[in-house]
Write a protein that binds this ligand. Structure first.
Ligand SMILES: Cc1cc2nc3c(=O)[nH]c(=O)nc-3n(C[C@H](O)[C@H](O)[C@H](O)COP(=O)(O)O)c2cc1C
Length: 240
């Protein structure tokens, strides 16, 4: 079984591709939070990197995995680099193989949307990498292929800690007149923090900063602070 967490579709696509290529199934870990089956031959985890770390619900889910199957692996998707995330994951759960795959950056809160060329290049390269990873998983070959980047320890410890403390507030979220009250944001939110009040989204305190609400809103009505109004939106589309 391949369990994934995904805000804007990159990790979902990766999990589904790997499942199709290895004859496995991909399931959303947010919808499968109870006890997991203990008779799986393979367990895979696929998730995005958030501030050089694994998102909180991914760690929470992984801690609850009890049995070690015949083969286990984790794949993180990231705009560029993963830091020491996979070392941390290995302390939480025994992983035979770990990988990172470069995918388009969805953090429109902090940076400009990538160019179409860059998105195409990354998805094309990811497809090639997925063929290799799937073959290695099928062969149960232990592999460590992660782009940790520079100053990885510093980024995955201090900066990750600072990000989780200071940058996950829901206060800067707001909705503009473009909102059509469709409720898509509430349905997409993995933290279930968005409630529709008088037809408009309101945010509770808990937030995984997955950017699903901002990026997947069909009318681009959701903003965060001052930065996002002038920026584009991202969600995975298999364009390459
Ligand atoms: C809050 C946040 C923090 C991020 N931090 C990093 C990072 O530290 N390094 C990186 O390479 N990409 C980073 N990204 C980009 C995502 O890891 C990347 O776009 C990922 O593929 C998104 O996957 P998803 O569509 O499954 O959510 C960040 C994205 C978000 C939303």
């Amino acid at each position: 079984m391949i369990y994934y967490f995904s805000g804007t579709g990159n990790s979902k696509w990766v999990a589904e591709q790997l499942a199709a290529k290895t004859g496995d199934s991909a399931v959303n870990m947010m919808l499968n939070r109870g006890p997991q089956p203990t008779n799986e031959q393979v367990i895979g985890l696929v998730f995005p990197i958030h501030a050089w770390g694994a998102p909180e619900p991914v760690l929470e889910f992984t801690r609850k995995l009890s049995a070690k199957p015949a083969f286990s692996f984790a794949v993180c998707t990231c705009g560029l680099e993963a830091g020491t995330t996979m070392e941390k994951m290995r302390r939480v759960y025994p992983l035979d193989s770990v990988y990172s795959i470069e995918m388009p950056n969805n953090y429109v809160i902090g940076s400009e949307l990538e160019s179409v060329e860059s998105i195409l290049r990354k998805v094309t390269k990811a497809k090639e990498q997925l063929d290799v990873i799937a073959a290695q998983i099928s062969a149960r070959e232990p592999v460590g292929d992660v782009n940790t980047g520079s100053a990885a320890w510093l980024k995955s410890s201090l900066i990750n800690f600072g990000f989780n403390m200071a940058s996950c507030s829901t206060k800067p979220f707001y909705v503009t007149e473009k909102c059509i009250s469709c409720g898509q944001c509430a349905r997409d939110c993995p933290a279930q923090t968005i409630r529709m009040v008088a037809g408009k989204p309101t945010w509770g305190k808990k937030c995984y900063m997955c950017t699903a609400c901002i990026n997947l809103c069909p009318t681009q009505a959701i903003e965060y602070g001052k930065g996002t109004a002038a920026r584009g939106r991202y969600s995975f589309v298999d364009v390459a």
